[in-house]
Design a protein around this ligand. Structure first.
Ligand SMILES: [Zn+2]
Length: 467
């Protein structure tokens, strides 16, 4: 298929950049999109190519999940009522005996759930690095940030050195599949300094410098909880207790002593102002959550070109609040959507995330103009811009990679839909609204023109030897 070419047709082609095409078609050749147009015109010009007709379906760019933790997918049933700082230690305790193979299996489960939800690119933060293995094994694309922690500003070189070693180990000792994916640019490894309350400014700066030199995105959590804001402004007993529980003890200076020596808290600090003061804002930064911000923070994020990974369901589940998503869009701050990890949300389904976002923000801000097309933009082009790949993915345009999702409009059975309902649907349905508000199911997914999901099922369910 990769070399011979393929024409996909369906009721709607939703290119995100450009106008939706009714009865549309896409030509795929050599892993790229060659043309997008109407069904009749494309089919008459390409009679020689294989033709897949998806009928009552909406074809979109492959979705981009801008924030996740695939490693923890198997912990989906973890306490669903905890708040953030009870939840993280219980998550860490649950995986304390896991081997790399356990992280891999858990991450592969997550990568496959993403594929089955129409996602082709996963932006993931991972301590083990196994999510990079899982993404390449599943045939998807990924930007994987190896997580970085370290609060001791006098000894930040050590965690940085350890991080560089972990990265080199993953690059050099990874599977052939991962090495190929990296060589072909399908998987990109980068750095993920965890959060302002777990990474000291000089260590965060090393990570920023490293990512900027390589023109890579830098993945972090920002302004996620009221406790984070309190801690940066002077102290939070909840965060201190959490850090003592989870940070590895440092020789000669245990974590409690270390916490007393931290001298970068300031009453005036919001998390964004803190990053600004330490010159840590950058157009490479993808800031997950970004809930607790004021008007000045929004301006700072816009001026620095920071992108936001909006995770409304995780934010709600962990009782962290609601990010001002409409204000970000209005201010011109680039934003995408992320599901976050399965232990802090209901599913790894980005369309469900968009549905929740639309209703949440309208309920909280009746004046909000947020629309279904805005959400579709966010989970395709918004996320592509965030990771510096807007020239390659995020829309259905000639020349871009053929990363494509096909959503079947449900219910399929025509006899089930009364005539009057069908007429109504025909008259009013906007494809973006249909996708986000009404039941659809993922029929097919292509990555670089290769079929990953067909007929709602994964093509590659190949297993691997458990050692
Ligand atoms: Zn996260």
């Amino acid at each position: 298929m990769k070399n011979s070419g393929l024409v996909i047709t369906s009721k709607w082609i939703y290119p995100v950049v450009g106008t939706p095409v009714l009865q549309g078609a896409i030509v795929i050749r050599n892993g790229r999109i060659e043309a997008v147009g109407t069904r009749d015109a494309i089919l008459s010009a390409h009679r020689d190519l294989e033709h897949l007709d998806y009928g009552e379906a909406i074809v979109t760019p492959g979705l981009i999940n801008l924030h996740s933790h695939l490693d923890y997918t198997a912990l989906g049933p973890l306490d669903t009522s905890a708040s953030l700082f009870d939840w993280i230690p219980s998550l860490m305790k649950s995986v304390s005996k896991w081997q790399p193979i356990d992280f891999f299996e858990s991450a592969l489960y997550g990568a496959r759930l993403n594929a089955l939800a129409g996602t082709t690119m996963i932006v993931d933060s991972s301590y083990s690095g196994q999510s990079a293995e899982a993404i390449s094994h599943a045939g998807l694309k990924g930007v994987v940030g190896l997580e970085l922690f370290g609060l001791d500003k006098n000894r930040f070189e050590l965690p940085w050195k350890n991080w560089l070693e972990r990265l080199a180990k993953l690059e050099n000792e990874g599977s052939a599949e991962l090495k190929n994916a990296i060589a072909e640019g399908r998987v990109v490894l980068t750095c993920s300094p965890h959060a302002p309350y777990t990474v000291c400014p000089p260590l965060f700066r090393e990570a920023k410098k490293w990512a900027e030199t390589r023109q890579l995105p830098l993945l972090s959590h920002l302004a996620e909880s009221p406790e984070e804001c309190g801690w940066l402004q002077g102290g939070s007993e909840i965060i201190d207790a959490y850090l003592i529980k989870v940070m590895p003890s440092i020789p000669e200076r245990d974590t409690a002593t270390l916490l007393k020596s931290i001298d970068w808290k300031k009453a005036s600090h919001s998390p964004v102002a803190f990053l600004k003061e330490h010159e840590l804002l950058s157009n490479r930064l993808v800031a997950a959550h970004s809930i607790h911000v004021n008007d000045e923070d929004v301006k700072l994020l816009k001026a620095a070109g920071v992108s936001i990974a909006h995770c409304p369901r995780s934010n709600a589940r962990l009782r962290n609040g609601r990010a001002p998503f409409s204000s970000y869009l209005k201010a011109g701050v680039n934003a995408g959507l992320g599901t976050d990890g399965l232990p802090s949300t209901d599913s790894l389904d980005l369309v469900a995330e968009a549905n929740f976002a639309l209703n949440l923000h309208r309920a909280a801000e009746p004046e909000s103009k947020l629309s279904a097309p805005d959400l579709l933009e966010a989970m395709t082009m918004g996320s592509a811009r965030a990771i510096g790949m807007a020239d390659k993915i995020g829309s259905l345009e000639a020349g871009k990679r053929a990363d494509i999702a096909v959503f079947k409009i449900a219910p399929q059975a025509a006899e089930f839909v009364p005539e009057v309902a069908a007429r109504f649907a025909e008259q009013f349905a906007d494809p973006a609204d249909t996708l986000i508000r009404f039941p659809t199911r993922v029929e097919a997914v292509f990555v670089d023109g290769e079929s990953i999901v067909e007929g709602g099922r994964l093509r590659n369910m190949q297993t691997y030897a458990r050692q």
